[in-house]
Design a protein around this ligand. Structure first.
Ligand code: PEP
Ligand code: MG
Length: 378
């Protein structure tokens, strides 16, 4: 329905696209864009303030990144590192797979740009909703439950090791951690670790430089991994909760189905309990646990996550100033009280109500998707 030369308004706050809007709608869109820009600039001016709760507890905010250029954007928004680097973009939209050198150069650039802050490189999370033509994967009835992510990597060990060697070589250029997506069983983590050891030995045999101890962590985004978090915590260097997929798989709601979106709530009590369980398992073994799903970029959800014990959140760079501002206004005790009440609730509505009652009056300007009247920060 869109033709060359049409005027388009992309409204990211309302999730709307207007094609050839009337002059009135266009004026309105321009005015809202200007207000939003002013609001975002106001938040961004606190970029160099530490992210601490009102009572002084530090919360580390990191960025989710897909393209190398976004690493700089992340730092500009006050990110303390890259909590999730989605490497699959390298494989998408091309007929051949990226070479080891090509990958090495990219990872190196990101690590150098962000050093000494940490960068979590996630090994390719392809398949499912992340289509990669260069793998020539057979069609599946249920791609979300099919040959994807770590399963695909383990089924093509040479392709996987090419990526791992590139990462191992890049490790000397910054503070690297490697993370495996969609892990469902300990066997997968062990296999990935074995292939990482092989890749490291291959790099060493060539006489190339590498870091010997690269932390290897797992995404907790398949319910079985959340349930087994105590076992995973014995073997993984860190956890990162991928709430986008955890919600999809725990609630059996397709994350790409718009009409089901209201069912895919991060406030579903099953999700809140799974997250609490994972946070506890990480704390018991003293391994870092972060959240890198979209849940972390919602101010009320961020408060809940802190109350559940999380001290590290990773999100799209643009959300960092807003979440920092939200957390600076509230105390850990308030977050913990809200989390305790949320763990008793029997429905998403009840949990949202608890959070709204506890925090909305102080965060109203940050919660308004449309920033009408959000003048307090300017
Ligand atoms: C997630 O599943 O929450 C996640 C962060 O990974 P992705 O959105 O890339 O699947
Ligand atoms: Mg995921």
């Amino acid at each position: 329905t869109i033709n060359t030369g049409d005027l388009i308004v992309v409204d990211g706050l309302r999730g709307a696209v207007l094609v050839n809007p009337s002059p009135l709608l266009l004026d309105d869109a321009r005015a809202r864009a200007a207000r939003h820009l002013a609001f975002a600039r106001g938040l961004l001016s606190a970029r160099d303030q530490p992210c601490v709760t009102a009572c002084g507890v530090p919360i580390s905010l990191k960025a989710n990144v897909e393209l190398p250029a976004e690493a700089i954007l992340a730092l500009d928004h006050g990110a303390e590192g890259i909590g999730l680097y989605r490497t699959e973009f390298l494989y998408i939209d091309r007929a051949t797979q990226p070479t080891e050198d090509e990958q090495y150069e990219l990872y190196r650039a990101v690590l150098e740009a962000v050093a000494p802050r940490p960068v979590v490189l996630r090994t390719f999370d392809l398949g499912g909703d992340k289509f990669a033509s260069s793998f020539r994967l057979p069609a599946e009835m249920n791609p979300a439950l099919g040959l994807r992510a770590v399963r695909l990597a383990l089924s093509q060990p040479e392709v996987f090791k090419t990526q791992l060697r590139a990462m191992v070589r890049a490790s000397v250029h910054g503070n690297l951690r490697i993370m495996i997506p969609m892990v469902a069983s300990l066997r997968e983590l062990r296999e990935a670790r074995r292939l990482l050891a092989e890749a490291t030995a291959e790099v060493a045999a060539r006489g190339q430089a590498y870091e010997a101890e690269i932390p290897l962590g797992v995404m907790i985004e398949v319910p079985s991994a959340a349930v087994l978090a105590d076992l995973f915590a014995r073997e993984a260097a860190f956890f990162s909760l991928g709430t986008n997929d955890l919600i999809q798989y725990a609630l059996a709601v397709d994350r790409t189905n718009r009409s089901l979106a209201p069912l895919a709530s991060p406030f579903h009590p099953a999700i809140v309990r799974l997250i609490a369980q994972v946070a506890r398992a990480g704390a018991e073994r003293r391994i870092p646990v972060s959240v890198c799903g979209a849940m972390a970029s919602d101010p009320l959800a961020a408060a809940l996550l802190v109350g559940l014990g999380l001290r590290e959140l990773s999100m799209e760079a643009a959300a960092i100033p807003e979440i920092k501002e939200a957390l600076r206004r509230i105390t850990l005790k308030e977050c913990e009280d809200a989390a305790a009440a949320a763990l008793e609730a029997d429905g998403a509505d009840g949990i949202e109500e608890v959070l709204a009652k506890s925090f909305a009056p102080r965060l109203y300007d940050l919660l308004a998707a449309d920033v009408e009247g959000a003048g307090s920060l300017l």
